[in-house]
Structure formats: structure tokens, C-alpha cells
Write a protein that binds this ligand. Structure first.
Ligand SMILES: *[C@@H]1O[C@H](CO)[C@@H](O)[C@H](O)[C@H]1NC(C)=O
Length: 305
């Protein structure tokens, strides 16, 4: 056990000593292109590794710059950043975890880039990076400027049935998971809304709002609008018309049928009752007739004698 521990310590020491030497072993991975909505925000996914293993975040400095290293768009020290980008960029990722994800807010028309990532290792105990003490990789991203907000899409089943839950989904794509678009619905009923955020890789995201409600008869032909409100006030929307099938659409069959069956039943009972009543009377009459005939017969016999 003691030997193993010593070996591990040695390895760690070697790794720490060697990492600045093997500077070319650094790797960063940044998406090469990403859509960015003007006035909104964009999050550029970025990760990096180096052969020496992970270093604590306190020993790393991440920076983002334009074509030249001097044109900084993100740095810890705000004073060194280009005026244009001051207070607009933020490192969302934890450098200690190899995450160099960058957020840019209030995107402007000319923020196309390319923007490149660089990492510095601070060896000095006082954490002061000096030119001799850094190692870096470069990876660059270009922003595709979008002037208009992407339109949401509505998916739903064709017909809604009165009194039965109906689901309609509104989805919209974006590239700013830190401030995703808010989806609003025009319906003001007691709604049940579920929001789902889907990562579609390479910095693209989709937000889905699933609305479930129970349509009423009066909702027929109502227009349902879903509006996506992007960070920075830009909006886009889509509308569908709701068609509600009435639940009592079967009543024109059910009611007459029920009435018919009811009438038949009442009539049937009446007939049976009448038949019973008349049966007695017929038998009575037959009996009476029978006795009359007998009497007549005996009378005629007596007369012949
Ligand atoms: C990097 O950090 C961002 C922001 O915190 C996070 O959303 C993302 O999942 C992280 N990426 C990785 C690969 O860990």
C-alpha cells in the first residue's frame, strides 16, 4: 500500500512538472459556427483538456479574443477587454473542469467573430501570469447573425373533443440556454403547462411548451397563439385555429332512440294489461254465452216434447 501511494505521488508530481513542457498536448473543442440572435444572447460551448490531467481552476486563466491576441473580448480583468465587449461576456464554464463555455449578451450586428479561446496556466504561487508561464490552444467560433427571432412551430392533433383533454405543443430553437426564450400562450383558461429544454448539440437548443386543457363548446374556432419571447425582447409567434367537436353531437341519435324505446315499452305494458283484462271478459262472455245456449237448447227440447 505504501509503495502504491509513493508511486501515485511520483506520477502526480511528474504530471505537474511535465504539463507546461508538453504545451502542444493541449486540446480545446469549440463549435466552429453558431447562430446568434441580434439583441439576445448566445452561449458558445467549449471544452479543453491537456495531457497533464486536470489543474485546479485557480491555476488557470481562460480568455477569448478576436483575430489578434490583444483584442480581448473576455478576460478576468475587465479593463483589458475591448470597450465593445465590456460587461457583455462571461465565462460560464468552470475552467477547473475543463469547461470554457462563453456567454455573450446583447448580441450586436457586427459580433460575427471569429472569437478564439486561449488558456493560460499560472505557475507562479502569487497567481500572476507572466509571458513565460502560459501554455495555450486556439479554437475559434464564428457567429451567424440572425436579425429575426426563429419562428415557433405548433404541433397538435387535428380535432379537439369537448370535455376531453387536448394537448398542443409549441417549440422554438435558440442558442442561449442561460436565458432561454419564454413561451406564452394566448389561452387564459385553467391551463396545465409543461416546459422541456432539449439540447440538440453544437450549441443548439429547443424549448418546448406543452399545453393541456379541456376545451369547451365555446372554444370552437378560437385562435390559439404561442409567442416566444427571446432574451432581449425580440418575439415571434405562430397561431392555429381550434376546432372543437361537440360531445352532444350524438344526442340527435340518442334522444329519439331513447324516446322510441320508452314509448314502445309503455305501449307494450299497456297492451299486456289490456289483453289480460279482456281475456277475463272474453272468457266470462264465452261462459255466459255457453250457459245461454244450453238453456236455449234445453228449452227447445222441452218444447218439442
Ligand atoms: C460547461 O458549462 C456550462 C455552463 O455551466 C454547462 O451548461 C455545460 O453543460 C458544461 N459542459 C460540460 C461538457 O460539462
Amino acid at each position: 500500500m505504501e509503495k502504491e501511494r509513493k508511486m501515485m505521488m511520483l506520477c502526480l508530481l511528474l504530471a505537474a512538472v511535465c504539463s507546461p513542457v508538453f504545451s502542444d498536448e493541449w486540446r480545446a473543442s469549440v463549435v466552429s459556427q453558431i447562430d446568434a440572435l441580434v439583441s439576445s444572447c448566445v452561449v458558445v460551448p467549449c471544452t479543453f483538456t491537456h495531457s497533464g490531467g486536470t489543474l485546479p481552476g485557480s491555476r488557470l486563466r481562460g480568455l477569448w479574443h478576436k483575430q489578434t491576441k490583444e483584442e480581448l473580448i473576455y478576460y478576468e480583468d475587465q479593463t483589458k477587454i475591448l470597450d465593445n465587449f465590456k460587461d457583455r461576456t462571461k465565462m460560464l464554464g468552470q475552467l477547473g473542469q475543463g469547461n470554457c463555455t462563453l456567454e455573450m449578451t446583447q448580441v450586436r450586428n457586427h459580433d460575427n467573430g471569429p472569437f478564439c479561446f486561449r488558456v493560460e496556466i499560472v505557475i507562479d504561487e502569487t497567481n500572476k501570469p507572466t509571458k513565460e508561464m502560459f501554455s495555450f490552444v486556439e479554437q475559434c467560433v464564428t457567429l451567424n447573425m440572425l436579425l429575426d427571432a426563429p419562428k415557433p412551430t405548433l404541433t397538435h392533433s387535428k380535432t379537439a373533443y369537448e370535455g376531453k383533454p387536448y394537448t398542443i405543443t409549441c417549440s422554438v430553437t435558440h442558442t442561449c440556454p442561460s436565458h432561454p426564450p419564454q413561451i406564452k400562450w394566448s389561452l387564459k383558461t385553467t391551463e396545465d403547462i409543461t416546459v422541456i429544454h432539449k439540447n440538440q448539440q453544437s450549441g443548439n437548443w429547443e424549448v418546448q411548451s406543452i399545453l393541456t386543457f379541456v376545451p369547451k363548446e365555446k372554444d370552437d374556432h378560437t385562435e390559439i397563439t404561442c409567442t416566444a419571447e427571446f432574451n432581449g425582447q425580440k418575439t415571434s409567434s405562430d397561431t392555429v385555429t381550434l376546432y372543437v367537436k361537440r360531445a352532444e353531437s350524438y344526442n340527435h341519435i340518442i334522444i329519439p332512440a331513447a324516446v322510441g324505446i320508452g314509448t314502445a315499452l309503455v305501449f307494450g305494458v299497456f297492451c299486456i294489461f289490456m289483453a289480460k283484462k279482456y281475456k277475463n271478459r272474453i272468457i266470462e262472455l264465452q261462459n255466459r254465452d255457453g250457459s245461454m245456449l244450453n238453456r236455449l237448447r234445453s228449452l227447445s227440447r222441452r218444447g218439442r216434447r
